[in-house]
Write a protein that binds this ligand. Structure first.
Ligand code: HEM
Ligand code: HEM
Length: 173
């Protein structure tokens, strides 16, 4: 069962959502090119660091605005509700976890997590190439998980837009 309400997400939540979506997808697409073009590494890291910083601020803002965020359009306890909460929760995990693993991977390869050469995130672990390769593998798996979650998420949004015809799309966009 779907309920239609006129409630919208606060502007700050919408801005974080759009900005992070754009930047994280761009970072992902650049990540796919890294093997053929190592020159893109600086840009990949800088955009990824931006995603990480914005994701931390987003979580803080989400907690700050929790009372003004509209409730789910799905009935509490339904399969759709469970799917929605699981995918949203896991999207938060990859939003923070994937760039964090990238940060650790860079450190283990012996490089800082740099933001356009302007500043570096603190170096958390020392150089260790074996570890770097393992962390890099996990970072790549995390990026694959992000692709799967994003596909489910966008599919869910499209179903709400076309099939359920509720206001889920409008209230976030
Ligand atoms: C690019 C296409 C995308 C579309 C069309 C889209 C659409 C939406 C819509 C319509 C909602 C509102 C759901 C509701 O009110 O129940 C939403 C929420 C959400 N989206 Fe997206 N989204 C996209 C990309 C992303 C990406 C890339 C991420 C993660 C990096 C993401 C993470 C989230 C999260 C975590 C929520 C829940 C918000 C909250 O309650 O805190 N979305 N999305
Ligand atoms: C926003 C989130 C990010 C996404 C979606 C992402 C995605 C990817 C992808 C798809 C790859 C290629 C993996 C492969 O070929 O197996 C990659 C590689 C890499 N990324 Fe990211 N990345 C993100 C953030 C970061 C950040 C913040 C850093 C470091 C500051 C970083 C550092 C690296 C490094 C060093 C590699 C090469 C790993 C290796 O050679 O094993 N990434 N990333």
């Amino acid at each position: 069962m779907s309920t239609v309400s006129t409630a919208k997400y606060p502007l700050s939540v919408k801005l974080f959502h759009s900005l992070i979506a754009l930047l994280m997808i761009a970072t992902l697409v650049i990540g796919w090119q890294l093997e053929d073009n190592e020159d893109l590494m600086g840009l990949h890291k800088s955009l990824g660091v931006t995603v990480f910083v914005l994701a931390v601020l987003r979580v803080v803002n989400r907690i700050r605005t929790k009372d003004s965020v509209p409730g789910s359009v799905n009935a509490v306890g339904s399969m759709q509700y469970l799917a929605e909460k699981t995918v949203h929760g896991l999207l938060y995990v990859v939003m923070l976890g994937v760039p964090f693993m990238g940060w650790l991977t860079s450190n283990a390869f012996g490089y800082p997590a740099s933001f356009f050469g302007l500043f570096n995130l603190p170096t958390l672990i020392g150089k260790n190439i074996d570890l770097a390769e393992q962390l890099g593998g996990l970072h790549g798996l995390g990026a694959d998980a992000f692709v799967v979650l994003l596909a489910l998420h966008v599919l869910g949004a499209i179903v709400h837009l076309i099939v359920s015809k509720d206001n889920v799309f409008k209230r976030m966009m």
